[in-house]
Design a protein around this ligand. Structure first.
Ligand SMILES: [Zn+2]
Length: 178
């Protein structure tokens, strides 16, 4: 007997608040790992969740970046059929790189997973950081921005409506408070 759900478990995202105004996103799948840093100069978790949600509509790609001071970590999400491809490019200087094409960056992560797998991993990361810190604790550490409750709820609704996902969707208790 096995709890393993096969390839559906093959991607994990972990969102950690690592200090005042800093977060780290760890990505892991069967073949690679990457750690990307974000400062609160952008609302990084909100951008990840919102951009992921955009792929349920007419839009087939979405992009945003983390400001890792001084690096730019540029995320490019593309929807191809029922899969989402994720590429993260690193540029040495965010002061100049937003004008540069993707091809000028260094690829530090590339993966393609079924949409429900990627979206579930994003929701898991968002739920876990809220469970760990709570709403007030999240704001105290991330400081410039509140926890993106509305965006996470929107993404969860799209995931439950349009994806066939066999994984558990237990809501963090903190979400029920206030
Ligand atoms: Zn799911």
């Amino acid at each position: 007997m096995s709890m393993d759900q096969g390839p559906a478990r093959a991607l994990q995202l972990k969102w950690e608040l690592v200090g005042h105004g800093w977060a780290r996103c760890d990505l892991t799948d069967d073949s690679q790992t990457a750690s990307v840093i974000a400062s609160y100069c952008t609302d990084a978790l909100a951008d990840l969740v919102a951009s992921t949600g955009e792929l349920y509509g007419q839009q087939h790609s979405a992009r945003f970046f983390f400001d890792a001071e001084p690096q730019e970590l540029r995320w490019v999400l593309s929807a191809v059929d029922d899969a989402i491809s994720v590429t993260i490019y690193k540029f040495p200087d965010v002061g100049v790189s937003p004008d540069l094409p993707d091809s000028s960056g260094t690829v530090i992560w590339q993966s393609t997973h079924p949409r429900q797998v990627f979206v579930h991993a994003v929701l898991d990361a968002a739920d876990n950081v809220l469970r760990e810190h709570g709403e007030a604790g999240y704001h105290a550490k991330w400081s410039m921005h509140q926890y993106p409750f509305g965006l996470v709820a929107d993404l969860r609704r799209l995931h439950m409506r349009d994806d066939v996902c066999a994984l558990s969707h237990e809501l963090p208790c903190a979400q029920a408070r206030e």
